[in-house]
Structure formats: C-alpha cells, structure tokens
Design a protein. Structure first.
Length: 254
C-alpha cells in the first residue's frame, strides 16, 4: 500500500488498514489534496484483497471540522464558472461512494469535532465508534450552502430518519455522542481512552471473516438500502453546491 501521502497517515498491517486524516492544523478540513489521496487509498484496495478492515480516524483534537471553505472561495474566485468547484464536489461524492462500496469493512473512529463534511465521511463507513467528547453539527445552511457534500443526504436520511435529519439541517443544532447514538449516527460511544479497544473489539472478529462472505454481505446491504430509490439525485450535488455558492458570491458583489 502506498504510504507517501501529505494529508494522510496510512499504516497497513496485514488484513487491517489504518487511514488517518493528517492535517490537524486545519482541523483535518477536507480539501482537494486530501480527497485525491483518499481516492488513491480507496482505489488501491482492489489490489489488496487481503485487507478486510479499514479504520478511518483523524489526527489532532478533531476527527474533521468539515470541508475546506477557504478552498471553496478561492476556487470560485479563480474560476467564476464554478467548473473547478464542481469537480471538487464530484470527487467528494466519489470518496463517499468508495467508502460504501469497498469490499473491506470500513470503521470510523471519531473524536472531538465531527462537523459537516466530517459527518458525511463518517456516515458512509459501515461502523462508527465515537468518544464521549465528540460534538456533531450540520452547519451548511448557516454557512450559506446546501447539504450537498459527498451525496450525504440520502445516507443520513436512511441511517437516522427524515424527521431527525430535517431538524438537524434546518436548525444547525450541535449534538453530542449520546445523541448521535440515539440517531444511529454512532453505533457505540465510549470514553476516549477506551476508543481504540472498542475498535479492536470489532476488528478482531472481522479480520477472521471469509472475504467472500464480507464482500457479499456489503453488496447485499448496499443494494437493499438503495432499493427504494428510483434515481440517484446525488449526481446533482456538486452542481447544486456550486450554483448556490456562485449565486452567493454574485449577491455579495452586486
């Protein structure tokens, strides 16, 4: 597994792959360089069928404080057509799709801030464990953006339910790990010092599972979860995000 990354720390240990978002100075903001490296890692899993489990974590005080809003603004300033921002949005969707589709079981190890795009990245993982100090928020509307990062909305609705997610998006209300467990956005919440052991409790049996059985189970669960969707509207997420941000920029200039 390639390990010369600038925004990730990747450790391959037999059937286990640890992938850490490694830009703590930015709160592990999900900018284009990190998206590119995540796509590289997740794409390389096809060549490593021995990997049964991928653990996704974040360096520093927070798992991820969201998308890189400075990069959004700079991208639109450099290209008013929004083509670059649209391409970035499509990369985000491909990363989330890759997390869901890979044959390895993906586990999100969460601590500190899990905000906006950070929630999106986590919710596309199969299993999610968080420290009691986690704080979650979907702040997109307060920031003048639609909830369109990574095609997350259908996943959130499916995992937590429409009524609860509608409230969190419209109010932008912050919530803790206990609330996240109630909403099924976390499977387990434990003291931060016990988080690694919680992950290990999941990992130990998973690495002994039949690769074919794991792969088939994931395909089945993804297929049944999406059975009620007649079309994939998330294909338009990058377009909607770009249109709203471009319109907001025009309003400020007008």
């Amino acid at each position: 597994m390639i390990d010369n990354f600038k925004t990730l720390a990747v450790a391959h240990q037999g059937p286990l792959l640890n992938v850490q978002l490694n830009s703590p100075d930015t709160g592990n903001a999900l900018g284009e360089p990190m998206l590119d490296e995540l796509l590289t890692v997740l794409g390389a899993l096809h060549d490593h069928p021995e990997i049964r489990v991928v653990v996704l974590s974040g360096a520093g005080a927070d798992f991820c404080l969201g998308g890189d809003r400075r990069e959004f603004a700079e991208s639109l300033a450099a290209d008013r057509s929004g083509a670059a921002l649209r391409a970035m949005g499509n990369k985000a969707r491909r990363v989330c799709e890759a997390l869901a589709a890979t044959s390895a079981v993906t586990i999100a190890r969460l601590h500190g801030g899990v905000i906006g795009a950070g929630i999106a990245l986590a919710v596309f993982c199969d299993l999610r464990a968080g420290a009691h100090n986690c704080r979650f928020r979907l702040p997109e509307l307060a920031l003048g953006m639609p909830p369109a990062w990574g095609g997350v909305l259908p996943r959130l609705l499916n995992e937590a339910g429409a009524a609860r997610i509608r409230e969190l998006i419209l109010t932008g209300e912050s919530f803790d790990a206990a609330k996240a467990v109630e909403l099924s956005l976390l499977h387990k919440a434990v003291p931060e010092g016990e988080l690694d052991e919680m992950i290990a409790r999941w990992t130990r049996p998973l690495v002994r599972r039949s690769p074919a059985a794991l792969r088939t189970a994931k395909v089945m669960m993804n297929a049944y979860a999406g059975a009620g969707r007649l079309a994939d509207a998330t294909l338009f997420d990058a377009e909607m995000l770009t249109s709203v941000l471009a319109a907001a920029g025009s309003e400020r200039c007008g």
